[in-house]
Design a protein around this ligand. Structure first.
Ligand code: NAD
Length: 417
């Protein structure tokens, strides 16, 4: 069902929902429902067999009043212009919630990377980087990895850009390998912000995280790291899952052993555990904390009625459909939204960019300490909006916070009314 939802319409609805709770000029609200510009381009790339193939690609620059546009580039056969526009808007909201000086951006190429060789992917990426060159730069727009892209693609984009500009400018992209100007702590950053959000949430709600039961859906970068860090602060991770299934032990699993199993066999379900659940069973377990950290729209309206967790901390982007979100609000489940909980990724990308610009690199401890400050401050600001305004849930509170911050910057710069 979720695939039928137009993500750009969802974004516009979310802005409208929050607009009812802010004192911001309606013209500014209307402006925040559309990107400033979208680059749509067609890449003609030579394949290994000499044939020429054309790929549709997009870059949406949503809002630049708080700083350069920032957001990932995804490679996926179902990339669309509207999806990229929506994702860029969500990045603008996330950066404003975390209060880091960026506007939102997002890009994508309509391509199934599994169908192409590494050299074809390199030519596709360098072709896109050539098209992007006039629009990106460390003070203009800073791409990063997203679905099906990583350090390799970022290094190709950086290299193409630097060659065309005849300069060195590592801050033109983030998510690079440490040896190419990446930051310590970036790999763990998103899982770490999930843990920090959960820790603050329990504290704010007067609950003890020590001994709290946790279920984590998705055992990739975000899920596996969040599980390990939650375990480290005393929580009891009772169930984890990936697309293979969900090992479950009411007494608690070993998050590190689960990761080793996943690395060795490719399937977390191979972990030795007393019970195995289906994915939907994991999502409806009666636990203190549920962390959906797999894909968007994992919990729809029907499943939401069965969710029994007290607290949901969103590791993935958009793991609840808008209808599911409404159901959980009605059931008094405390949902801490993605734009706060997984903002650790873009925050440490920001630190990477700061380090690139200073040509001075931080220790992992410093990165983690600075990240903690940003996430705790964002949590407190969101909490204040949630407690002091008549908003239905913390997601609306996050949008209220973001819209007010963006509108204030616009007003201060005199760009808008
Ligand atoms: P990943 O590819 O490393 O991991 C995804 C995991 O989800 C895999 O273990 C996969 O097996 C599992 N999965 C897929 N379908 C599933 C299903 N139906 N049930 C259970 N598990 C399933 O991806 P990631 O980097 O961990 O990202 C996860 C989510 O977090 C995505 O929504 C992503 O956009 C979001 N996110 C990631 C970052 C980051 O820094 N990596 C930052 C912000 C947001």
């Amino acid at each position: 069902m979720a695939d039928e939802v137009n993500p750009f319409e969802s974004l516009q609805e979310q802005v409208d929902d929050a607009a009812a709770h802010v004192d911001v000029d309606p013209g500014v609200i209307e402006r925040l429902k559309h990107p400033e510009r979208v680059l749509e381009t067609n890449l003609a790339v030579e394949m290994d067999d000499g044939a020429l193939e054309v790929f549709h690609a997009y870059r949406s620059q949503f809002n630049g009043v708080r700083g350069p546009y920032k957001g990932g580039i995804r490679y996926h056969p179902q990339v669309t212009r509207d999806e990229v526009k929506a994702l860029s808007g969500w990045m603008a909201v996330k950066c404003a919630v975390a209060d880091i000086p960026y506007g939102g951006g997002k890009g994508g190429i309509e391509v199934d990377p599994d169908a192409y060789s590494a050299s074809e992917l390199e030519r596709i990426t360098r072709s896109f980087a050539t098209e992007l060159q006039p629009f990106v730069g460390e003070d203009r727009d800073i791409p990063a990895p997203d679905v099906n892209t990583g350090q390799r693609e970022m290094n190709w984009i950086k290299d193409t850009y630097e060659t065309l500009e005849n300069t060195t400018e590592p801050g033109v992209v983030t998510g690079k390998a440490v040896e190419s100007g990446g930051s310590e702590g970036r790999v763990e950053a998103t899982g770490r912000s999930v843990m920090l959000t959960a820790r603050e949430a329990f504290d704010a709600l007067g609950k003890d995280i020590e001994g709290a039961t946790v279920a984590v859906q998705g055992y990739g970068n975000v899920g596996s790291i969040a599980a390990r860090l939650l375990e480290d602060i005393g929580a009891r991770v009772v169930a984890v899952s990936d697309s293979s299934g969900a090992p479950y032990d009411p007494e608690g699993l070993d998050a590190r052993a689960a990761k080793r199993t996943k690395d060795e066999t490719g399937n977390v379900v191979d972990l030795d555990s007393p019970q195995t659940l289906t994915n939907d069973e994991l999502l409806t377990l009666d636990v203190d904390l549920l962390v959906p950290a797999a894909l968007e729209n994992a919990i729809d309206e029907t499943l939401a009625h069965e969710v029994s967790a007290d607290i949901v901390v969103e590791g993935a982007n958009g793991p609840l459909t808008p209808e599911a979100d409404g159901v959980l609000t009605g059931q008094n489940v405390h949902v801490f939204p993605d734009v706060l909980a997984n903002a650790g990724g873009v925050t440490v990308s920001y630190f990477e960019w700061v380090q690139n610009r200073q040509r001075f690199y931080w220790s992992e401890q410093r990165v983690n300490d600075e990240l903690e400050t940003v996430i705790v401050d964002a949590f407190d600001a969101l909490r204040e909006v949630f407690e002091e305004r008549d908003v239905p849930n913390r997601r609306v509170a996050a949008y209220v916070l973001a819209i007010e911050r963006i509108a204030r910057s616009a007003e201060a710069s005199g760009v808008w009314p």
